[in-house]
Design a protein around this ligand. Structure first.
Ligand SMILES: *[C@@H]1O[C@H](CO)[C@@H](O)[C@H](O)[C@H]1NC(C)=O
Ligand SMILES: *[C@@H]1O[C@H](CO)[C@@H](O)[C@H](O)[C@H]1NC(C)=O
Ligand SMILES: *[C@@H]1O[C@H](CO)[C@@H](O)[C@H](O)[C@H]1NC(C)=O
Length: 177
């Protein structure tokens, strides 16, 4: 009989604690993010001073199309302060790309390695990326250096170049909590 009265009380206390935690969590998340912006420069074809940043590393099927499932690519794009291809280099983005079965989508992984006055370290990011979308979202998994213990998300948006040009440039907006 004693159990029957104890259990609902214990449950009510637990419920209040959970509500209090999720409420304060929401308040912290909304206020404490730091935003970081930069441009990722991807070069499809080498040009003087601008080596190609994406290379096909392996093809399971022999179909070397960028979009063929079974391919694995490596990339190391250049991170610049601005959209111009002469803007100051502040980092690099080594990673891999794998075309998915769904046409024109990729599983992407990158190490955003930055050196600025404020940030010095590496951020690990992943995305299920749609190449034709105007923008894509990435999960920020964590990092090193000044990015230690940081998490959040990033949005990349096409800023210049693309189809019919030798390069493409993306604005990255990174929200860190
Ligand atoms: C190679 O892969 C691309 C992308 O999936 C596809 O459009 C094309 O038909 C494939 N080519 C052959 C010869 O299978
Ligand atoms: C650099 O940007 C200029 C202006 O957009 C463009 O004309 C040029 O082709 C670019 N150079 C390279 C190597 O991407
Ligand atoms: C950035 O971090 C690296 C490795 O921790 C360190 O060697 C380097 O001096 C740092 N650079 C600046 C500008 O703080």
């Amino acid at each position: 009989m004693r159990m029957a009265t104890m259990v609902p009380q214990a449950f009510a206390v637990l419920l209040m604690a959970v509500i209090a935690m999720s409420w304060s969590g929401a308040v912290v998340d909304a206020k404490k993010f730091k935003k970081l912006e930069f441009y990722l420069h991807e070069q499809f074809v080498s040009e003087p001073g601008y080596p190609a940043t994406d290379l096909l590393a392996a093809s399971a099927t022999g179909n070397t199309s960028t979009y063929a499932f079974g391919n694995l690519g490596v990339s190391e794009q250049v991170i610049r302060e601005g959209v111009s291809n002469t803007s100051t280099i502040i980092g690099r983005a080594p990673g891999t790309f794998q075309p998915n079965k769904q046409y024109r989508t990729f599983a992407l992984y990158k190490l955003l390695t930055l050196q600025t006055k404020e940030w010095n370290g590496t951020l690990v990011v992943f995305s299920d990326w749609a190449s034709e979308a105007h923008s894509n979202e990435w999960t920020v998994v964590g990092g090193t250096g000044t990015f230690r213990m940081k998490r959040g998300y990033a949005i990349n948006t096409k800023a210049a170049g693309g189809a019919g040009t030798p390069s493409i440039t993306f604005l990255w907006e990174v929200y860190l909590y």
